[in-house]
Design a protein around this ligand. Sequence first.
Ligand SMILES: Nc1nc2c(c(=O)[nH]1)N[C@H]1C(S)=C(S)[C@@H](COP(=O)(O)O)O[C@H]1N2
Ligand SMILES: [Mo]
Length: 211
Amino acid sequence: MFESKDRRQEEARLRAENRLPPGQALTLKFPVLHYGPVPPFDPATWDLRVWGEVEQEVRWTWEEFNRLPRVQVRMDLHCVTRWSTFDMVWEGVSVRMLVEQGLIRLKPSARYVMQHAEYGYTVNLPLEVVLQDNFLLATHVDGAPLTPEHGYPLRGVVGAIPGRPDLKTPYLWKGAKWLRGLEFMAEDRPGFWEQAGYHNEADVWKEERYA
Ligand SMILES: Nc1nc2c(c(=O)[nH]1)N[C@H]1C(S)=C(S)[C@@H](COP(=O)(O)O)O[C@H]1N2
Ligand SMILES: [Mo]
């Protein structure tokens, strides 16, 4: 572990590299934040469903989901509560790849995506963000499966990819832990925290924390 002086030096380096958004601080831990309990996981009954503005609804079992093509992405994560982590390697399934490979067939009317998680947690994003390289349906981080508290077996995750200022980067709450469904929508709808007053777009560089 770093000493606190090392943390500050590391934070100064990240700021100099323009990787520390306004109002954020480097944390050397990976804090856990969510509303409600951690759900149990049963691989025999778990599924991921895709519905809404799609030509065909999809349902993957856990076994089927694990056969989908996978990618790894190095990302910096920024939480609205002001901590940031850097250079985590996330692994999972890219929604854009699912669309490109015809595994999800979108209707032209699809413009927004609602992530649906266990216990009714929801979070909304524009389709264009969900299709970016920095949004993943993630099963692993830094070479290991997600821990239960961080969303095992599957979560949405969105972060900043260093050197990719072209990508929109929302705060971390825009990725749902314990993900069970993707609903493609023609019109936007606010998710759980958005209904509670969090900003709909949540851009970390514009500090869009609360509406
Ligand atoms: N299902 C679910 N996902 C969730 C949340 C939640 O309450 N329920 N909270 C969000 C918030 S506010 C944050 S900051 C991140 C935190 O992810 P972490 O616990 O892995 O750091 O999860 C997001 N995903
Ligand atoms: Mo959060």
